[in-house]
Design a protein around this ligand. Structure first.
Ligand code: FAD
Length: 548
């Protein structure tokens, strides 16, 4: 059976009629990572997500699989070591969507890093993360730093360091995890919100009352163990459980803004100092350059964080100081996103000082909450949580599950033995498309989205003469995502499957009506449903370029 909303009635039926070993709340990177790990160990596992998979923080990050160089300054050596080592593992798990990226760290006069400390810091970073010798950092003098990135402020730069990271599309990584978990037997439902816990006579959690957000109906899912992986919403569920005591979340907001590549034509990704002593990224990719992030305490509505005018001004100031030739203004911004970091509160610490470590909290009711952490460390977090669940089920029920196998698992779309295999696969794809109008760059974008599944996406192309080929490809992607990636709303497709809201805002906003028409035909929406769908997705596109 496909991972498609067409099969939703059967999925809901199964969810209400099964007692699961494990039920996960939250379909971000953390929850989907746990669902996959648990399914691979042989657990009967279900996951519910109140919006779309990845729609929370996991589609609003800097989109780097990185070791967190700046945590070295805070002496978080274990964190740097753990996530640093995870980079290469996650790359092997999903080579199509986790790509190596050289990062330039410019050293500037009056900056937070000196030449000696940068050189030593980057070396320690490489050693802790176990980076191969040929990929270890290279220190550059002023001349070669400016050659690597000519847009840098030549009056400020004194040198630089080139080091090794990976970039990803966070939401696509989540979807590949969700699809993989589904293919391994897990049941994953988006648009299902956990409302209330059900408990047995001794007060132990044994299920959840769920609201189906697509039809408003409620049903109950029973499970022996429940993991709360709700990211920024973790404490709301702990409160509902009656166990919000001791450690609490401190949410901080991080904003990114997007420019046309021509406005900030960087030769390469740069991690640079801001005038107030923080560090931010500028990353060129696929015809745009994005810049971020901010880090400010957040106490407003968790469901809809947005970039404010002051966030945008802060980032513009930092860009213009480091790359004075670009002279960017607010009107140059073509999209933006804002995400909330679910960090653990520590008294007296500023947002940037709060640790990015993850933490598991077990409530007296048995609710297991996981908070903190990074996108990069999701596999390790999932391993920790699933091992705990496995141990508990063994002690309480005598059940025996396999141990963790995610280290060597090839995710859906990432079925490549090595880099050569990936290259060969892309070459085969090019050969197959040789007589079509599909440009190589477009094909590469699709390949980095769908990997070993790209041919299946292309099989939905109808090749209608006189129609724009890129629009036809977009609709083929949409059909593939409806059939195989559980897409229901236009925003599912434009935020978490393609990232077009962020990376192709101007080209996509003019196609919203067409996309909604396509979905309306698929789901047989009436005019009111169609109008609501169009209004919702249009608002999302407008919000990404409106700053108050
Ligand atoms: P989320 O992705 O938020 O998922 C939680 C999900 O739970 C949500 O989808 C939500 O809808 C769902 N949910 C909530 N309540 C319920 C309910 N009652 N019922 C059902 N579902 C519910 N990390 C990196 O490694 N690299 C980076 O480059 C990076 N950059 C970042 C930049 C920014 C600006 C931010 C904010 C974070 C960044 N991070 C980065 C950290 C990383 O993005 C997060 O740690 C990670 O995405 C958190 O994932 P999560 O699954 O725990 O939370």
């Amino acid at each position: 059976m496909n991972f498609s909303q067409h099969n939703r009635p059967q999925f809901i039926g199964k969810a209400s009629n099964t007692e699961f070993d494990l039920l996960v709340i939250g379909g971000g990177i953390t929850g989907c990572g746990i669902a996959l790990d648990a399914a691979l160990r042989g657990m009967k596992v279900a996951l519910i997500e109140k919006k779309d998979f990845g729609f929370g923080t996991s589609s609003r990050s800097t989109k780097l699989i990185h070791g967190g160089l700046r945590y070295l300054k805070q002496l978080e050596l274990k964190l740097v070591r753990d996530v640093g080592r995870e980079r290469a593992i996650v790359h092997r798990n999903a080579r199509h969507v986790v790509l190596p990226e050289k990062m330039l760290l410019p050293i500037v006069k009056d900056g937070s890093l000196g030449k000696q400390s940068s050189s030593l810091g980057l070396l320690v970073y490489d050693v802790l993360a176990g980076v191969k010798r040929k990929e270890q950092r290279v220190m550059l003098n002023k001349h070669f730093t400016l050659e690597a990135e000519p847009l840098l402020n030549e009056t400020k730069v004194t040198g630089g360091g080139l080091y090794f990271e990976y970039r990803t599309d966070d939401a696509r990584l989540v979807i590949e995890l969700a699809k993989s978990a589904f293919s391994e037997g897990a049941l994953l439902l988006n648009y299902c919100e956990a409302k209330k816990f059900t408990k047995n006579a001794s007060g132990k959690i044994n299920g959840i009352e769920v609201e189906d957000k697509l039809d408003g109906k409620t049903f109950t899912i029973s499970a022996k163990k429940i993991v709360n992986a709700a990211g920024p919403w973790v404490d709301i569920l702990r409160k509902e459980d009656g166990s919000l005591t001791g450690k609490r979340l401190q949410l901080t907001k991080g904003v990114h803004i997007v420019f046309p590549y021509a406005k900030i034509p960087l030769k390469q990704a740069v991690y640079f100092d801001t005038p107030d002593g923080r560090m931010i990224f500028a990353i060129p990719r696929n015809g745009i350059t994005y810049v971020g992030t901010t880090d400010t305490v957040y106490n407003q509505n968790i469901d809809s964080p947005r970039a404010s005018k002051s966030d945008v001004d802060y980032l513009l100031k930092a860009v213009n100081a480091m790359f004075p030739k670009v002279e960017v203004k607010a009107t140059d911004v073509i999209s933006s996103w804002a995400g909330l970091r679910p960090l653990i509160h520590e008294d007296g610490k500023s947002p940037s000082e709060l640790s990015r470590k993850d933490e598991i909290i077990i409530a007296p009711s048995g609710l297991i909450s996981i908070a903190g952490g990074k996108l990069t460390g999701f596999r390790l977090m999932a391993e920790k949580v699933t091992s705990l669940v496995s141990k508990l089920l063994n002690t309480e029920d005598g059940k025996i599950f396999a141990s963790c196998t995610t280290k060597k698992y090839l995710l859906c779309g990432g079925k490549f033995n090595d880099h050569e295999d990936l290259k060969k696969h892309f070459q085969d794809l090019k050969n197959n498309c040789a007589f079509s109008d599909i440009e190589e760059e477009k094909l590469l974008t699709l390949f980095h989205r769908y990997g070993s599944e790209t041919q299946k996406v292309l099989s939905f192309l109808s090749f209608q003469k006189n129609e724009n080929i890129n629009e036809q490809i977009l609709l083929a992607e949409l059909k593939y995502c409806i059939e195989n990636e559980s897409v229901y709303h236009a925003e599912d497709f434009l935020v978490c499957r393609t990232g077009n809201l962020f990376f192709a805002h101007p080209q996509t906003i003019v196609l919203l009506t067409k996309i909604v028409e396509f979905l309306a035909a698929e789901w047989q929406w009436n005019n009111t449903q169609k109008d609501t769908a169009l209004a919702t997705v249009t608002k999302l596109f407008n919000d990404a370029v409106t700053f108050e």
